[in-house]
Structures are given as structure tokens and as C-alpha cells.
Design a binder for this molecule. Sequence first.
Ligand code: C5P
Length: 296
Amino acid sequence: MRFRCQGPSLVVDTPAKLNLFLDVRGKRPDGYHELETLMVSIGLFDTLRFSPRSDGRVSLETQSLPAGTESLSSGPDNLIVRAALLLAEEAGCKAGVTMTLQKRIPLQSGMGGGSSDAAATLVGLNRFWRSGLSMDALHRLASRLGSDINFFLGSSPLAVCRGRGEQIEQTRLGTPLHFVLAKPASGLSTADVFRTWRASSSTQDPAQLLTSLRTGRVHAIGKQLHNALQTPAAELSSDVRDALQRLRRHPFLGTAMTGSGSTCFGLCASRAQARSIGGALRAAGPMRIWVASTSV
Ligand code: C5P
């Protein structure tokens, strides 16, 4: 998350994420699924601007929404608005704010855009309103709002996340990683993908991948990518099957789907290779293609 001041406004660039490992350990009594996942933040950003207003109200405006984000609401159901109202209540703040969102991370893509925006709202407004809430307090609010938001409050690009996803353990990433992302036209609902997931007798352990990530062994990382939601997502969506097939035609170190989809990605040996494969995939159409590296 990157902050800058522009006159009376505070501007935050807030990143997307990729799941390099995701294993589902079973369904919990509260209806959520118990997870163990390794997430990295990447250099594809939404931008949120916080500007003062005098009437004490909290409002959200969205700027020219790109393809795949048109359905985003700016009403009270938007996670940004919910995060702002929750923070205002917790901090007893009556100052109000006009929030402007420039959306680049597609919806229903498994890249955590909504969660990242909510995390940026909690941290950004805590600064903007000078609320003085501690990081622990912000983490508590984050876990009330959703499962992936806590990850984006972290300062490291890599974390192990457990529980619903909200218990984070930040750790060192040994080397920057370079990816090509392929987002099919259709998205996937997280709830639908979890509903389609079926328990299997074996669980996967992320220990080896974690060691490879900490020591920066990219070839090993490529071989150890894993996502237990990939099979149910591919069952639900021929677009996901198609995206994975297209990626596998290129010399990636490894390919996988992120989160509950529908974005799939390939890991590259270098940024130059990512640019070159990204160009070839773009020319082949019709999916949206990004080249992105790990970033905070
Ligand atoms: O917490 P979040 O709003 O991101 O989750 C969206 C939906 O995904 C939940 O309502 C739930 O159906 C499903 N989910 C789950 N187990 C998780 C995280 C999400 O079943 N660990």
C-alpha cells in the first residue's frame, strides 16, 4: 500500500494479490472453510483518494470503471463504504469523507481487489481522520469485514494465512517474482466455488514452497504452486479451463489459478520473459493480460 498527500487529499495505491498455495482443510461450523494459503501482493493497483467534506457524510464515487468492473456498486453494500463506516463508529469520528476509487483490479477475479480497497480504507482513513487506532485494532475490524483484508494490512509482500484467511503470518520473500496474469471475460463467485469444493483425503503442506519463497528458488516455486479451488472452479467455468490451457502453451516455470478465480497466472524466470510471454498472449486475445511483479 503506497500513500501520498495531494493538497488536502490523501491518495492510496493498493495492490492485488495472488495465491501461490491454497489448501482447504474442511468446512467449519460457521459455514466458512478452514484454509492454509500463501499470498503475495503484486504491482497491479486500485487507487483510493480521501478528500475532506464539511457535512460529516461518508460517500464513495467510482471513476470510469474498466471492463469487468462495471457492476461495482458505490452504495452502502460496497466494502469500502462498510469499512469507512465501521472505522468511523469504532473511532467515534464524525468528520465525513469523500472517497474516490479508480478501479483497475477486476471483480470476481481472485485477486482480492475488494479486500485490498477495504484494507486501504481502514489504514487510509485512520491516517486521514487522525483516529489513532492501533494496527491490532485495524486487524480486528478487517477480520469482521472479510477473510482476505488482514493480508493487505501487512507490510511484507508475502504472508502465510490461516483460519478463514484472516490469521496472517508475514514472512520474507527472498526474490521478486514475475508473473503473467490471464483474466477470462467471466468472473467467479467465491461462495459458489467453495460450495463446489469437495473434501479429499489428502492435504498438501506448504512448507517446501515456503522455503523456496524465502530462499528465492524460482524454479522450485514454479513446481510447487497449488490451489485446491482450481478443480471446482474449472468444473464451474470453461473460461478457467481455457485460460489454464492457453497459459500452459508457454514456457512458464509453473501455472495456477489465484484464489477462487477466475484469474490464472504463470510464473516467469525474469521480468523480460514475463513481458515477452505477456505480449504473445495479448496478441492471441481475447483474455485480459497483465504483466506484474511482487510489490507492496
Ligand atoms: O469473507 P469473504 O467475504 O471474502 O468470503 C466470501 C464468501 O466465500 C463467504 O461468504 C463464504 O461463502 C466463502 N468463504 C469460505 N471460506 C473462507 C472464505 C470465504 O467458505 N475461508
